[in-house]
Design a protein around this ligand. Structure first.
Ligand code: IMP
Ligand code: MG
Length: 369
């Protein structure tokens, strides 16, 4: 994802795809123009990358120049009329191909036609790399169209958002902020957090990010962040929060279109909770809730001892270990409960009952977010 000023953009058309389309346009135009030496005219600023790639690929002799349309300044009620900068060449009798980066409403194109009416060119052809058919309001013929795109704002490859983004080699599309449901799921060992996360993720199309899984994945796949994390673990040191946050960031980025995230196993400290808030803020989003499954200690102990009989997990077999894990859990979550309570985001949910009942209780909270 790319952030320009206040907006977020997601990858839309790759560099390779653009080059493929430019090549196709070159082939069509070169074929149609035969032995004519055309004058390619790029409309600045947006078309500079397109024109550059286009003429590099053009297999025959050609001329290339640029013009720029600028609004008259200081004149009222004429802001529709534009002034032309840069056309110094005599185009009488020449075949001119306008190279446009994008045609949207067609207003710019109308100006181009108005300006070229008096140039006595032999032929005026219009080629545009991107075209938004839903936005186009004119009926000038578009002789060559690279890619038709939906009526959404794009940046990159010459196109800008308020001055930024022209330098990006690929095309990005404006990410229209959809409502996301992001929450941190808590529950003492044996509360059924994993089971519930599975149901909720399906029901709400959320992405479940378990820090434990993320760590294991990165270390197993020897990603740069995984190796970095491992280097601390090997020394017996805690992995710095920033490394964990960077891994979570990568997970969030991978799922840029998700309806929301369930964070599991993170944050564990105030500093981590703050870092997570900052991360979500950068994504124009936020943590909506901390949802904690509440289960009485004695019930947990019984559940875990039962599980220990079949799972063979050593830490599920010993009652004093179990009690200690539960105690640790409350010690850690107490801090976070305070952190999220202060923002009115803490929700305790009764975790005793059937799986369906508990899912229904959790759903009530999520639906209210
Ligand atoms: P038109 O005059 O409405 O056809 O729009 C053409 C001009 O609007 C382009 O030259 C761009 O400067 C700008 N434009 C239209 N759509 C986009 C877009 O999605 N991203 C960036 N600029 C755009
Ligand atoms: Mg333009």
């Amino acid at each position: 994802m790319v952030k320009l000023h206040d907006l977020h953009f997601k990858p839309f058309i790759s560099e390779d795809k653009i080059q493929e389309v430019v090549q196709r346009m070159v082939n069509e135009i070169a074929h149609d123009l035969g032995d004519e030496v055309p004058v390619f005219i790029g409309i600045l600023n947006g078309s500079f990358m397109f024109v550059s790639d286009f003429v590099k690929k053009y297999p025959k002799a050609c001329e290339v120049t640029f013009i720029k349309l600028a609004s008259y300044e200081g004149l009222k009620s004429t802001d529709d009329i534009q002034r032309l900068i840069g056309l110094t060449q005599d185009l009488t009798g020449r075949t001119v191909v306008i190279l446009e980066d994008i045609i949207d409403s067609g207003k710019t194109l109308a100006e181009v036609h108005r300006i070229f009416k008096n140039e006595n060119v032999k032929e005026l052809k219009i080629a545009t790399l991107f075209y938004k058919p839903e936005a186009y309001k004119k009926d000038f013929k578009l002789h060559y169209v690279g890619i038709e795109i939906p009526n959404k704002f794009i940046v990159g490859y010459g196109l800008d958002y308020d001055g930024l983004g022209r330098d990006l080699p690929a095309i990005y599309q404006l990410k229209t902020t959809q409502h996301m449901t992001n929450f941190v799921l808590f529950g003492p060992p044996g509360a059924g957090k994993g089971t519930q996360a599975e149901f909720l993720k399906e029901k709400y199309s959320l992405v479940h990010i378990s820090t434990g899984d993320v760590f294991r994945f990165n270390i197993k796949n020897e990603t740069a962040l995984g190796m970095l994390a491992k280097s601390y673990m090997d020394k017996g040191e805690l992995v710095p929060d920033q490394v964990t946050i960077d891994m979570l960031n990568a997970e969030v980025e991978k799922n840029a279109d998700a309806k929301g995230f369930i964070f599991d196993g993170f944050p564990r400290t105030n500093a981590q909770a703050e870092a997570l808030d900052k991360l979500m803020d950068e994504k124009d989003s936020q943590i909506n809730a901390m949802i904690a499954l509440e289960v009485d200690d004695e019930v947990l102990v019984q559940r875990l001892l039962e599980r220990g009989k079949t799972s063979g997990r050593a830490d599920d077999a010993d009652e004093s270990i179990i009690r200690n894990r539960i105690k640790e859990y409350y010690k850690k979550t107490a801090i976070l409960k305070d952190y999220y309570s202060a923002q009115d985001k803490y929700y305790g949910v009764d975790g005793v009952g059937s799986i369906e009942d508990i899912t229904a209780r959790l759903s009530n909270v999520i639906d209210s977010l």
